[in-house]
Design a protein around this ligand. Structure first.
Ligand code: ARG
Length: 410
């Protein structure tokens, strides 16, 4: 049997040309696999047919929408995952699920090799290849754009020469990656980091400068997962989709950031993630009410580590698995309801309630009849401030006390 390779196929120019290109360079038969992650856009049956027309011996579409939402986006929500405090890991979350489907397809079709269309400059090549190595170390991995010199010019020339059914003239200036968790746009004039994004960059969000009337939403969570919106039960996928629609209409979740890639390059990216940003804001506030203080403070560090690991393509690593166990444990009481107002680019929490809340009205209130004995505070502060007091006295003794500019300290 001729050796086989499973290609992660997007339907775009590069991966369409890669089908014939790989065949010519390696002699292997190509099986094209597209994964539906709720990216919308072109009809996936059209994409499947295109792969066959480009010479794939087999082509199929894996519907991974629920799986992606439940097993990849929900853990990111539990981690309030925002790389460099802003990017909700849209592409970084999708690569491991694509990898899983690539490996499954390789097993199913007896392929020895898998292939992806990433360039040699980004994070995604790392995420694919480290993911493959982690799940199926026996599989070989090739990257036609990077390893088989499939440049854009060569791709256009090849597509025209072989009359492949793919648009080569309409040159989209941007590199776009999108799924239900969000959308990433880079290259073109955005590479000049002083250039502001133009309207055509955006597609998941409307301009927040001209919002419709405010939209109030109630989101119910059980153990960190959104289970109902405005009282209607939803799956994780439906929750993200609905919030994409409603928060997107208000222009929420537009992000413009220069980020540090794993490969050492700083790059400028525009993201749109209306649903993710609104859900993270709601989830985070529910945690503020339900997670004990020390656990919450420590969780922040774990969140950052988790997010960096996932950004760096370590989804299947042992450390990520251990951190997952910690994060999961923190969600035990993250159940309740959040009320938010979506308006003009902002998702603002205006109310929260939970049976598991640690907020105690009788302790917090400044009204009459509170149950907090303020006289306890005095002794607590005395002891809590002890080390500072001792250290300050020593500073004075050594002439290093704080100089208030009003004369001698000693
Ligand atoms: N910079 C993001 C990441 O590394 C997105 C990468 C894909 N972006 C794109 N516009 N093609 O996760």
């Amino acid at each position: 049997m001729t050796e086989r390779v499973v290609l992660a196929y997007s339907g775009g120019l590069d991966t369409s040309v890669a089908i014939g290109w790989i065949k010519e360079a390696t002699g292997m038969d190509v099986i094209a696999m597209a994964v539906d992650l709720g990216q919308g856009g072109e009809d996936l049956d059209v994409i499947r047919q295109r792969a066959l027309d480009c010479g794939a011996i087999e082509a199929y579409v894996a519907d991974a929408r629920e799986e992606f939402a439940t097993e990849y986006c929900m853990p990111a929500l539990k981690a309030n995952a925002l790389y460099m405090d802003s990017y909700p890991l849209v592409s970084a979350l999708s690569r491991p699920v694509i990898v899983k489907h690539l490996v499954r397809a390789a097993r199913q079709f007896d392929a020895t090799t898998v292939a992806h269309g990433c360039t040699g400059k980004g994070n995604d090549q790392v995420r694919f290849e480290v993911g493959i190595t982690s799940l199926a170390p026996e599989l070989k991995c090739i990257s036609p754009v990077r390893d088989l010199a499939l440049t854009r010019e060569a791709a256009i020339e090849y597509a025209e020469k072989h009359q492949l059914p793919i648009e080569t003239t309409k040159h989209n200036p941007f590199s776009i990656d999108q799924n239900v968790w969000g959308r990433a746009v880079e290259t073109g004039f955005l590479e000049d980091i002083w250039n502001a994004p133009t309207k055509d960059v955006y597609s998941y969000t409307d301009d927040p400068a001209y919002p419709p009337i405010p939209d109030e939403v109630h989101i119910t969570f059980v153990k960190g997962i959104p289970v109902a919106i405005d009282g209607r039960a939803v799956t994780p996928l439906q929750a993200i989709e609905e919030m994409n629609r409603r928060a997107g209409a208000q222009g929420i979740g537009r992000i413009d950031v220069v980020e540090d890639r794993l490969v050492g390059i700083k790059s400028r990216e525009i993201y749109e993630a209306p649903g993710a940003i609104a859900l993270i804001a709601a989830h985070h506030e529910l945690e503020n009410c339900t997670i004990e203080r020390e656990q919450a403070r420590f969780k922040k560090q774990i969140e950052d580590r988790w997010t960096t690991l996932v950004y760096d393509g370590q989804w299947y690593s042992p450390l990520k698995k251990s951190l997952d166990a910690f994060l999961e444990d923190t969600q035990d009481y993250v159940s309740g309801e959040i009320r938010m107002t979506l308006h003009g680019g902002r998702a603002t929490v205006t109310g929260r309630r939970s049976d598991a809340s640690l907020y105690d009205f009788n302790l917090a209130t400044y009204d009459e009849g509170d149950s907090y004995d303020q006289s306890n505070a005095r002794g607590f502060i005395e002891i809590f401030g002890m080390t500072s007091k001792l250290a300050a006295a020593r500073d004075v003794k050594f002439g290093k006390g704080v100089d208030f500019g009003v004369g001698d300290l000693s």
